[in-house]
Design a protein around this ligand. Structure first.
Ligand SMILES: Nc1ncnc2c1ncn2[C@@H]1O[C@H](COP(=O)(O)OP(=O)(O)OP(=O)(O)O)[C@@H](O)[C@H]1O
Length: 257
């Protein structure tokens, strides 16, 4: 029997994953036979040149997109294989276990910041418990959102909207949080605070964080860095300094040219 991801301390895993878009001369290979796992309680950064397949990998791992049907790729979330799972089942699993911070913040324009943050509870048909409210309060304070809770998204700056999206993603303490450029719209001080919060979520609450980023400083906060190039994992490293990450990225971009 094949080893299950839980045995390996993996919160998500893909094996032999390939994904292409288009056909004929427009065919683009976004992922090329990728096998990788995201470890529990770790903060993992996913880096690589533009177009290397980072977002595609994240979307397939999260069950938001599917691998090539004929490629033999398989995807697990926790110990559950999601390859070929029905949409309804997948939606419930995702809602319970996975949080997202997207590049476009996906906030609901008619709801204020507070209601956007607690939306995942609403969707699950319940209110936060007292303990969950305390947790949410601590995130709101850590992200400096206390004075903005009654504002709607259009009344917030890009960075503030991003922080609301991060608060919403962390509110339910998902086992696994995917974040696509979570610090893209933030100034450097707020970036540092957000990265510290993500790392804390991993180290203190045992949540697993997978963050796509172009920013070597952001990636230097991670426990592990996966480098993608042309749809393949080309390096899998432990913690690195921002300088070393920059050097690695420059080397990869030079090869890609
Ligand atoms: N919906 C789509 N239709 C066609 N091609 C796509 C689509 N989505 C992605 N691609 C292509 O697949 C490849 C990988 O894209 P992906 O967005 O995963 O890369 P990325 O590493 O996240 O890039 P970036 O850093 O620029 O966001 C690229 O060549 C891209 O043009």
């Amino acid at each position: 029997m094949e080893t299950q991801p839980s045995d390996l301390g993996l919160i998500a895993r893909v094996t032999h994953l390939s994904k292409h878009y288009g056909s004929g001369e427009h065919r683009v290979v976004a992922l090329d036979d990728v096998s990788i796992g995201i470890r529990r309680g770790e903060f993992t950064a996913i880096m690589g040149p533009s177009g290397s397949g980072k977002s595609t990998l994240m979307h397939v791992m999260a069950g938001l997109d599917t691998a090539d049907a004929d490629g033999g790729g398989r995807v697990w979330l926790g110990d559950q294989e999601i390859t070929g799972m029905r949409d309804a089942e997948l939606t419930v699993l995702r809602r319970r276990r996975v949080g997202f911070v997207f590049q476009a913040f996906n906030l609901v324009p008619t709801l204020d910041a507070q209601d956007n943050i607690t939306l995942p509870f609403e969707l699950d048909g319940r209110r936060p418990t007292r303990e969950e409210r305390e947790w949410i309060d601590s995130i709101v304070d850590a992200l400096g959102l206390r004075e903005r809770l009654t504002h709607r998204p259009h009344q917030l700056s890009g960075g503030q909207q991003q922080r609301v999206a991060i608060a919403r993603a962390l509110a339910r303490r998902p086992d696994l949080l995917f974040a696509d450029e979570p610090t893209g719209a933030l100034d450097s001080r707020t970036s540092r605070e957000v990265l510290a919060l993500l790392r804390d979520a991993a180290h203190r609450s045992g949540q697993s964080i997978a963050m796509v980023t172009h920013d070597p400083i952001a990636a230097s906060h991670a426990d592990r860095i996966l480098f993608l190039a042309d749809g393949r994992i080309v390096d899998d490293r432990g913690p690195m300094s921002a300088e070393d990450i920059s050097r690695t990225m420059l080397g990869m971009e030079a090869v890609a040219r």
